[in-house]
Design a protein around this ligand. Structure first.
Ligand code: CU
Length: 272
């Protein structure tokens, strides 16, 4: 089987206290390779994730965060496809895999074209992150980019709104926004459950896939890197903060859990 290394060409954003983790000096380098290479739309692809140190050796000290060895977030260039995957979704991950710092996930890309593979993980108690671009061959091609600026979306039986009280975010300034979860009759939902260590997950990516970040609800309290914390928000509102580095169009993907079911909702935001 042919293997290919996909060059890493993503600039990762600086992140605030609510960002999932900081990448720090000496962070491991993420390399993503795909089998087959290139991936083809509609065909199951194995994505191999390897973390190496400055000497090219297996990065030491990889540990599980929120019960997972690594968190992989995929987004398509048309901003219509999103996935959040873990090696554990496909089979057990042992201590030897953590020690080797080599992990894999499987995914069938629905469309051809450019994708971003973003990952975060914990090593020696510190959060780290990396990303790679993937070019997917085959058919169908990606559609014209997402242009849906709807702020209230139907998600299964729920109505989920994104509120931007301050209007469109401004590049370089911390934006405050809020998820508002209602049931089908618009009654507030107040029984959100923790999902992978947080009430909700925010993954945002710029339209050119040049920057991306993964964060959690804003609690006002600093929480230890990589550590689980207690539930603060139960709905209907879940507050977030994020700082977008440059003007342009961004897609925000939010995931939360209720009744044992994970829901995903996406919103477009223009940053000034
Ligand atoms: Cu995850």
């Amino acid at each position: 089987m042919r293997r290919f290394i996909v060059p890493t060409l993503l600039s990762l954003t600086a992140c605030g206290p609510d960002a999932h983790e900081h990448s720090h000096e000496g962070a491991a380098k993420l390399t993503v390779s795909s089998i087959p290479h290139p991936p083809a739309a509609g065909l199951e692809t194995r994505l191999e994730l390897s973390l190496t140190d400055a000497h090219g050796n297996a990065a030491a000290g990889l540990e599980r965060s929120h019960g997972r060895s690594i968190h992989v977030l995929l987004a398509s260039k048309d901003l219509l496809t999103f996935a959040h995957l873990h090696p554990e979704d496909f089979g057990p991950v042992g201590e030897a895999d953590l020690a080797a710092a080599k992990l894999s996930v499987r995914y069938s890309f629905p469309t051809a074209g450019s994708y971003l593979a973003f990952a975060d993980w914990c090593r020696k108690g510190m959060g780290e992150r990396g990303a790679s671009r993937l070019d997917v061959a085959g058919q169908p091609a990606q559609a014209s980019p997402d242009g849906d600026f709807t702020r209230v979306k139907a998600v299964g039986p729920l109505k989920v709104a994104l509120h931007l009280p301050g209007g469109n975010p401004v590049a370089g300034q911390e934006a405050h926004f809020e998820l508002d979860v209602r049931d089908g009759s618009s009654a507030p939902v107040t029984d959100l459950e923790m999902y992978l260590g947080a009430e909700a997950h925010l993954f945002w990516v710029k339209e050119d896939l040049s920057v991306a970040s993964h964060g959690h609800p804003h609690t006002g309290a600093a929480h230890a890197h990589c550590a689980d914390r207690a539930q603060v928000y139960f709905g209907p509102k879940v507050p977030f903060r994020a700082t977008f580095p440059s003007p342009g169009r961004y897609k925000l993907w939010l995931e939360f859990q209720r009744g044992g079911q994970v829901r995903t909702v996406g919103y477009l935001v223009d940053v000034q």
